[in-house]
Design a protein around this ligand. Structure first.
Ligand SMILES: Cc1ncc(COP(=O)(O)O)c(C=O)c1O
Length: 1014
């Protein structure tokens, strides 16, 4: 082993290289002595901040980067990047620098965010319309929402290391099923409006797309209607809006009817009995879809008891901040008959190979990756973290706690009604839960007088029209709030002030029609009836968390998912009330802080992509695809070319691409890939020419889903433009591009970005995410509008999400990430992401087959390893290697996508060389284990890979019970560092087929959990 030698001021790369080869310990000592701070420059002055973010965000330091470069045969980063990224698409080195985006230190960012938070006026909103002030129990705020062990988890595709969040998501499903009284629920959708659109399409598909009319009751939320319009257009559905109770008498309408959507209670707070309507909709062969409110359902007869086929809504009032529109978990439930058509993810109960019960993602066969253009929904990322919060809220409060909250909200609404009616206001909805729509004409000249009094009191009411105002109460309303509301009404009519001493008595009868009062029990399951003290709740949260592997343990090298550092500094402002408590429809002059952040983020994203304008509305990457393609359609339409409806998509594309194209009303034509993984330009040319009269768009992912920057991207874009089409660049892989190339330079017209990948929004166990789109100038007039808050261009398409800026509160994370890295830090991040992937490819070469690289032998920011040879040699599948990685304490990379026999590995810029090496060491060790099976030393069907992972329950058995041809030490501790850093999967390999055949999607019932002696 070479001696440890330091040079003054740091360790020279070449000394470091020698030392590294001799072992990890030496490396650790070096890292402790001096962290090279990869991009650190000496401070420019005594006052220059030292808490510079790039130095904390980027994993490898200067010496480590130099070492990796030397291993790849380069003496400079520039020489390396020149070989990884084709010169044709490179942007100049001053495209993204600190001059364009100047960096803020972590503390500077903190104070800037504080200032901007203070620029949002601290109004309290009682606007309702699907958004309420939520009370987040502090035990959930701190231990779930602000806890990286929950928010940095990945989607639970690897159930053996995800039983905690899977259980929590089952709690969410069970809660939804029980409150709505439906047979099955999924574990979240993006928002209420898009959930309604999914319901509409399910109804359309249920009639084999033969009946094209979808009826929307006029009590439905306006933002839902906006989103339905966009989706109906793409799907060829005829949307009719009106009073559902009278309009359905029309025979012509009934004969073409596929479904009806009603809101229960409706936008005005009215609670209508839709039971007869449901009968007549069913008689017409159509589906009944109900948008509802979970808290109201603790009092109201649930839709499942009066004929609903699909029930959906927003679960955010169960302990999730309103956050200027989100993120919130939409819920979606349906009858058993429809379960295989339900969008989104469903968690099911299955068992592991030892027979132990285990949860898993069920019915994966419905996913877009498999169904592609035949998929009827593009939902991929959804809102797992927020669903977990709502589930935990339900666990914490239980059925009785929820009912107490509902009683309080309803009681305060009744009291308010009595007070305001004493001033001459008239309640137009006599049946209500938490919302009153008041006719002001008996009390005030018009509604503006009431709004003015409310504004003076620091509260927002719902604007209806000149004669009406609306108000929705919620759990957060305390005595001070209540008096402020009541006295705003008093002030508007110059009545005496209300005090707690002089509030009138209310009629104690509830304002819910007798026939619609809930009589059935809900939430009897044991999990909702025992964790009500904070001690118990805290332990339950931590118990589940301890079952799950996340970024707090080790790298999560998921290709195409970019699981990088989600810095604490960018997460902190998110839960400040200055941002968390803002209603999405609050007046513009109250949200100056948000508006500034939104404008800056839009501008920075345009600089980064090279495009002209941005829409922050879409709530996921797939939602961005759909939005971008809908924009393209509108562009063609505006040029009298609405017949352009063909979308070319490479076979290698992510499954959401074809699904989104279909949703936007396009017909998918696949384009081949060549043997080397690159796009088949000849095939593209011939298909573009063949369809030139109908060519609408081409979707391309860059760098490709095979992890390579292809040379041909600009040629491909030219072919499309020459044939009248537009180019949609899937920017999920933008992490490899920033500062080096950009979608505009590649030749694209529109791209989406996954802010939950490149721009550091944490993955949350399957969401939230954000998928904004950036577009070239000619497409900017078509960016999405919003029916309540104006957004988008002057020829805007309708809304694509419920809130004007999507899940606005998490935009703060990406804004902070960009601001703290600055231009240089962003570009450096891309370079290190490329370098780390190439270093990994270098380390694994000779052990595994790298499937694709470019002409210079370089990959982009991820690498595709093929395991087909092991199947041939010893029956070992890629999944066996993935499961074995769990025993080594790593989350497996992306498995079986984009090629079924492959792993797609993405280290990102945030992982240190030590961690990258640890992962490579694990992979190499597993390769040695595989060799023992290939050579016959281990049996093919009973070996350390096939039996992986090994939970503690399998290891901790007596010598007599241990009947495997390898030791327990080999199973659990195959490398020395596991002695210190062991993570235990909690179940053995989960049986997927069993779970699908025996689909059970809710928590065990009381009977199932009963003690055997009971
Ligand atoms: C290449 C690519 N495109 C699109 C998507 C869809 O993004 P989302 O999951 O946010 O809908 C993904 C997500 O994994 C992706 O990898």
């Amino acid at each position: 082993m070479a001696a440890l030698r330091f040079t003054p001021g740091g360790v020279a790369a070449k000394h470091f290289a020698v030392q590294h080869g001799s072992g990890l310990r030496v490396f650790t000592i070096q890292a402790v002595v001096r962290r090279g701070l990869a991009t650190a420059k000496p401070p420019s002055s005594l006052f220059a901040p030292l808490d510079t973010f790039p130095d904390r965000h980027i994993g490898p330091d200067n010496a480590e980067a130099a070492f990796m470069l030397s291993k790849l045969g380069y003496d400079s980063m520039d020489a390396f990047v020149d070989q990884a990224v084709p010169p044709k698409v490179r942007v100049s080195s001053d495209a993204i620098t600190d001059d364009q985006i100047s960096p803020l230190s972590e503390f500077e960012l903190f104070y800037r965010a504080k200032d901007l938070g203070n620029a949002n006026k601290p109004f309290k909103s009682y606007i309702g319309m699907g958004y309420h002030n939520a009370v987040v129990p502090p035990v959930i705020l701190r231990n779930v929402m602000e806890n990286p062990a929950w928010y940095t988890q990945y989607t639970p595709y690897q159930p053996e290391i995800a039983q905690g969040r899977l259980e929590s998501l089952v709690n969410f499903q069970t809660m939804v099923m029980s409150l709505t009284s439906m047979d099955i629920a999924n574990c979240s959708l993006l928002d209420e409006a898009t959930a309604a659109a999914e319901g509409m399409v399910m109804a359309f598909v249920a009639t084999s797309q033969k009946k094209k009319t979808f009826f929307v009751d006029d009590g439905v939320l306006p933002q839902t209607l906006g989103v339905l319009r966009t989706r109906a257009k793409g799907s060829g559905i005829r949307l009719v809006v009106g009073d559902a109770s009278s309009a359905l008498g029309d025979e012509a309408l009934r004969s073409d009817l596929c479904g009806v959507l009603v809101q229960y209670p409706d936008v005005n707070g009215n609670i209508k009995d839709f039971g007869h309507l449901a009968e007549s909709v069913h008689a017409a062969g159509a589906l009944v879809i109900v948008a509802t409110d979970l808290l109201a359902l603790t009092m109201l007869k649930p839709p499942g008891e009066w004929g609903a086929d699909i029930v959906l809504g927003n679960s955010a009032r169960f302990g999730v901040p309103v956050g200027y529109g989100g993120p919130h978990a939409a819920f979606f439930a349906c009858t058993d008959k429809l379960k295989r058509k339900m969008p989104g993810r469903i968690i099911g109960r299955s068992r592991d190979v030892t027979g132990k019960p285990a949860y898993r993602l069920a019915l994966q066969t419905r996913e877009q990756h498999i169904r592609r253009e035949k998929a009827t929904s593009n939902i991929c990322t959804s809102q797992a973290l927020l669903a977990n919060m709502a589930a935990m809220y339900t666990v914490y409060h239980g059925p009785h706690g929820l009912r107490r909250i509902a009683n309080k909200v309803h009681g305060l609404t009744q009291l308010l009604k009595v007070i305001v009616e004493s001033y001459g206001f008239r309640t137009t909805n006599l049946a209500f839960f938490d919302t009153l729509t008041l006719d002001v004409t008996g009390a005030a000249p018009d509604s503006s007088v009431v709004h003015a009094a409310a504004t003076a009191a620091g509260i927002n009411l719902r604007p209806v029209d000149s004669k009406h105002v609306g108000i929705t109460l919620d759990e957060s309303v305390g005595p001070v709030d209540f008096l402020r509301i009541a006295n705003a009404f008093a002030a508007s009519v110059k009545a005496p002030t209300v005090t707690l001493e002089n509030v009138p008595a209310t009629d104690s009868a509830v304002a819910v029609p007798q026939d619609l009062f809930r009589t059935s029990a809900y939430l009897p399951h044991s999990v909702f009836n025992k964790h009500h003290s904070e001690t118990e709740m805290l332990r339950y949260i931590h118990h589940l968390q301890s079952k799950d592997l996340s970024l707090v343990h080790s790298m999560t090298p998921l290709g195409s998912c970019t699981m990088k550092l989600n810095s604490t500094s960018s997460m902190i402002p998110l839960t400040w009330p200055e941002f968390g408590s803002v209603h999405p429809f609050a007046p513009k002059d109250q949200v100056r802080g948000y508006s500034k952040i939104i404008a800056e983020l839009e501008s920075d994203l345009c600089k980064i992509t090279g495009f002209h304008a941005c829409s922050l509305q879409p709530n996921s990457g797939a939602a961005g695809e759909y939005a971008g393609l809908s924009v393209i359609r509108a562009y063609h339409e505006a040029r009298n070319e609405s017949h352009r409806d063909i979308c070319l998509i490479p076979v290698s594309a992510h499954g959401t691409n074809p699904a989104s194209a279909v949703m936007a009303g396009l017909k998918v034509v696949p384009v081949k890939s060549l043997q080397d993984g690159s796009l088949d330009l000849e095939d593209l040319q011939s298909k573009a020419e063949k369809h030139k009269d109908r060519l609408a768009a081409f979707m391309i992912t860059y760098p490709s889903t095979f992890g390579v920057f292809e040379d041909g991207v600009t040629d491909a874009c030219k072919i499309i433009h020459d044939n009248g089409g537009q180019v949609y660049l899937d920017g999920a892989n933008l992490n490899a591009q920033i500062g080096l190339t950009n979608p505009a330079t590649c030749g694209g017209d529109v791209c989406h970005m996954n802010l939950h990948k490149t721009f550091a929004i944490p993955h949350g166990g399957g969401g939230p995410g954000m998928g904004p789109i950036c577009v070239a100038e000619h497409l900017s007039p078509f960016l999405p509008s919003h029916p309540v808050i104006p957004t988008g261009g002057d020829k805007a398409i309708d809304a694509v999400a419920a809130a004007p800026y999507g899940s606005a509160s998490i935009l703060l994370i990406s804004w902070a990430y960009i601001k703290m890295l600055g231009g240089q830090g962003l570009a450096d991040s891309s370079k290190i992401a490329l370098l780390s992937a190439n270093y990994m490819a270098h380390r694994l070469s000779g052990h595994y087959s790298l499937r694709y690289n470019n002409v210079n032998g370089r990959v982009a920011h991820e690498l595709l390893i093929d395991f087909a040879e092991f199947d041939k040699a010893a029956g070992l599948k890629v999944s066996d290697f993935a499961k074995r990685l769990q025993d080594y304490g790593f989350h497996p990379p992306t498995v079986s996508w984009p090629i079924s026999t492959c792993m797609l590995i993405e280290p990102t810029e945030s992982e240190s060389l030590e961690e990258i090496d640890r992962f490579c060491d694990a992979m190499i060790k597993i390769r040695e284990e595989a060799e023992e099976i290939i050579s016959g030393k281990q049996p093919r069907d009973n070996n350390v890979l096939k039996n992986a992972p090994h939970p503690m329950s399998v290891i901790a058995v007596s010598d007599a019970e241990w009947n495997r041809p390898y030791s327990r030490q080999t199973a659990a501790y195959p490398v020395p560092w596991l002695q210190e850093k062991k993570f235990w999967p909690t179940v053995s390999r989960v049986d997927d087929a069993y779970g699908d055949l025996n689909l059970i999607c809710d928590c065990p019932s009381v009977e199932e959990t009963a003690h055997p002696d009971a």
